[in-house]
Ligand binder design. Sequence first.
Ligand code: FES
Length: 160
Amino acid sequence: MTNSLQDLPALPITRRKFIQTLLGFSIVSTLAGIFIPIVAYLLPTKAQADAGGPTDVGALADFPVGTGTVVSVNDTPVIIVNTKAGGLKALSAICTHLGCIVAWNDKKNVVESPCHDGLFNPVTGAVVSGPPPRGLPLYELAVKEGRVVIGKPLGQIYGS
Ligand code: FES
């Protein structure tokens, strides 16, 4: 009994074709491994796309005249102040000096940074005194059906 190649049935795929297919698969896999993470990084996820949208921070009654309250807007602290002079305003709560979180000072009726006594105007966010180099940026603010809704910052936030 002889066992020659001619006795074997014809293979549906040649060795050369098999190696070419394997090489092609390898190249496609390598390119996918490079480009899929890049595309995933560049395209925002749904959660990221939703971040930055208007944020309901509470009822209008939660922010009475003469108060300032720090709230979180898309994981960023924002102080909502309500004054007789300026009404309801939203300011970044991140001090422009070294990034401390500001608070409402109801004795002085100003926004105060507790770290180095920086004081800010609660209506405009401008520096009143202290070391901060610039004022606190305002945020978009709207009252819709009795709810206070905060939008985008109208200036550069410290650290961003
Ligand atoms: S961090 Fe606000 S005054 Fe220094």
